[in-house]
Design a protein around this ligand. Sequence first.
Ligand code: AMP
Ligand code: MG
Length: 395
Amino acid sequence: MGEMIPFEKALEITLARAVREVSVETVTLSDAVGRILARDVRSDMDFPPFDKSAMDGYACRVADLGGPLDVLEVIAAGMIPTKEITQGRCSKIMTGAMLPPGADGVFKVEDSEMLPDGRVRCAGSEPPGNVARRGEDLEAGATVIPAGTLLGAKHVSVLAAVGCAGPVVACRPRVGIVATGDELVEPSCKPGPAQIRNSNSWQLAAQVERAGGAPRYYGIAPDRAEVIADLLRRALAENDIVLLSGGVSMGDFDLVPEIMTANGVEILFDRVAIKPGKPTTCGIAGDRVVFGMPGNPVSTFVIFEVFVRPFIQAWMGCRSGCNDPVLPLEAALVRRKADRMEWMPVRISEKGGLVPVRYNGSAHFLAIGRADGLIPVPKGVLRLEQGSRLPVRRI
Ligand code: AMP
Ligand code: MG
């Protein structure tokens, strides 16, 4: 077994393995959300692309306002105006339609007064403007979304508007998931005496999806070397990343680290000074990365959030990372031991503060279900005072 290393060192070793030439693919707009953009997206046109009306109303010369105006034509959105606006004239215009030549303002239809002779007058007191000038929002060629951005719903209209119907995004890493443990049955089964349900595989698959990876589940391996080795080899052959849960601690049946080594996985670290998750084991086999995670559900969950999620995001070239906001503690947080740095579950209150949740340690998965985030409590710190500001990893 190697030496115990600090969390920051372990994270640095892990992230160094994510540095690579990102492989890319083109997706449709309906598949873009949740993907990492691999190339800058630039606009192929000015925005707005032409001087346009921002209102339904009358396009006129501002200098002519107040007097009666002849209406030359009705300009619908999508139509090219045919008449120039000269003194004493206007054209009816719809929102988004091209401003006719000669016009320098639009007064709203609500402010218009129809005169008995068929002419129209602006009766409103608001100065007319209501014109959006070509290029005032954006000029052609400008970058609208930089590479490395995690695409959200808010980006879809930008992509569509600039003609990027097939954004180039990073391929999703394939992530194989293997559960180990003689005591495990799947969630649909009623556990027998001394058995428990396998929650880790399903939790990990969901976390992989959320991080942008493509999970694939290989089932439960009992604590038998040949079965674990067989699933590990299959998962290594078919994935970029392999996650194993259970079997990395000091127990008689914790076989995972030696099986990793026996199957060509070079161990980078196998003990980290964090809580939960001290026996976290990380290794490489060629360009594949393997994480052996302790089986307690909170340990598995936390180790994923603090190591594997940043790794998957870096692997895809994501520039925004986990983006942890720094928020104040609304109540003091106390723990019993301070020998390691500890990731602890907290709620985020309506006021935007951090509230500790009741937490009994790494088997207490209900605490995670009630939490909104995890905060890192440094080594040597038993008590964090109310008002202390901490980064929170949202979960
Ligand atoms: P281990 O890391 O194998 O020593 O397991 C530590 C604890 O986590 C034990 O109480 C296991 O029963 C539990 N555990 C291991 N694997 C899972 C799993 N897949 N789902 C839920 N609990 C698990
Ligand atoms: Mg076990």
